[in-house]
Design a protein around this ligand. Structure first.
Ligand code: SAH
Ligand code: SF4
Length: 392
């Protein structure tokens, strides 16, 4: 398309390559940055194209500079978030010693808001805004790459663990990953990309069929259906057994290990029974569990499990034969739970609404903890999102 435009402008074909290099290698943000082009062509480009879909950024620093939380304002007023996490190099080279190279991981959003509505998640509470365009997904990465380049560093990993359910915006997520892993464009190997899903089974099966090289992460949070119905409402459509069966097939066919995310919520999903159920569910699979203490969010009555409880739970799962890692929570001092910056911007909901929501969450989870499955179907908004997201 750019080539066609250049032809109608009477420009030589090599201009497309110059523009592509400036955009992808030098990370140009505006047409002004396309220094290799003659000024009249820059002016014409400026009239016809925009190199950036993000209107404004607001950055909050946490963890003594190791975490940067970015709120991006898009041109239609939508707010999304990305989080850049720096992991310094660890270890020394030497016999029998592992060296962990410096890593820079970016967590990006695939949608503005989310229709799934997990009650411990700030994004879920915001509700669904809209799908992001491919360029809006890619531009979060370009912004981070630009900041890193200023300090002589490069982005090493990308995780789709920001706002939104990537498998309900699958076409654009796939397009974005294709651009990011194209050696002529962003040139980050697909193996350095993690796509996290709350369990959209047709989406997982599609990824398997495509033979995608990126890592699949499944947000499990409970191994028992009654509880998962509440913690991840999508479970009422695709229950635990179906999600795990799809993930297992994915691991078998692609040979790639699946990660399971498990947010630890005190007194809700962290009991011995839950640990045993989790180990039984995943034993023998090409799988690994990440335990993440819940980040506090305003509207829920819940809190993170204590570090002791997390350690006990991890030990039980490990003894049960499943690999497990306890993840540190990054950026708590910058409201780092997914969607929190945007939620803060949306303003505090009135106190009675918060109280009603908390009561509802307690009622639902109490029934679930007694082992009763919710008879509710998907909420109407989620039903619509599943349909338009192309996952039936
Ligand atoms: N929608 C997708 C991807 C984005 S959410 C999914 O759910 O997998 C990315 C991760 O952040 C999920 O594992 C989610 O459970 C986790 N998360 C959401 N709210 C959190 C909170 N309050 N504390 C800790 N982790 C949270
Ligand atoms: Fe959506 Fe993921 Fe948050 Fe659940 S945890 S509401 S699926 S963004």
């Amino acid at each position: 398309m750019l080539e066609d435009w250049l032809t109608t402008e009477g420009q030589p074909a090599y201009r497309a390559r110059q523009i592509s290099d400036a955009v992808w290698r030098q990370n140009a943000r505006t047409v002004e940055d396309l220094r290799t082009l003659p000024a009249p062509l820059r002016a014409r480009l400026d009239e016809s194209f925009r190199l950036d879909t993000i209107a404004q950024d607001e950055i909050q620093i946490a963890d003594g500079g190791l975490t940067e939380k970015i709120l991006h304002l898009l041109f239609d007023g939508a707010l999304i978030e990305s989080v850049l996490m720096h992991y310094p190099a660890r270890g020394f080279v030497g016999p029998g010693r592992a060296i962990h190279r410096e890593r820079h991981t970016l967590c990006i959003s695939s949608q503005a808001g989310c229709a799934v509505g997990c009650p411990f998640c700030a994004t879920g509470e915001l509700g669904f805004g809209r799908d992001l365009e491919t360029a809006e997904i890619v531009d979060q990465v370009r912004h981070a790459a630009r900041r890193l380049a200023a300090t002589g560093s490069r982005l090493t990993n990308i995780v789709f663990m920001g706002m939104g359910e990537p498998l309900l915006n699958l076409e654009r997520v796939l397009e974005a990953v294709a651009i990011l892993s194209d050696p002529r464009l962003f040139a980050l190997g697909a193996r350095h990309v993690v796509v996290s899903t709350s369990g959209v089974v047709p989406g997982i099966r599609r990824l398997t069929a495509l033979g995608s090289q990126f890592t699949l992460a499944v947000s499990l949070h409970a191994a028992r259906d009654p509880l998962r119905d509440v913690l991840v409402p999508l479970n009422r459509r695709w229950p635990v057994a179906e999600v795990v069966a799809a993930a297992r097939d994915h691991a078998r066919i692609t040979g790639r290990r699946v990660s399971y995310e498990y947010v630890m919520i005190s007194g809700v999903n962290d009991t011995d029974i839950d640990a045993a159920a989790l180990a039984t569910l995943l034993r023998g699979d090409l799988a690994h569990v990440n335990l993440i203490p819940m980040n506090p969010v305003a509207h829920t009555p819940w809190a993170a499990s204590s570090p002791e409880r997390v350690a006990q739970f991890a030990a039980m799962v490990r003894r049960g034969g499943v690999g497990v890692t306890v993840r540190a929570n990054r950026g708590q001092d910058a409201g780092a739970a997914c969607g929190q910056l945007a939620a803060d911007r949306a303003g505090e909901p009135p106190a009675p609404a918060v109280a009603r929501r908390r009561d509802e969450i307690v009622r639902q989870s109490e029934a679930a903890l007694r082992g009763n499955r919710s008879s509710d179907g998907l909420p109407a908004g989620l039903e619509a999102a599943v349909r338009t997201g192309g996952a039936r």
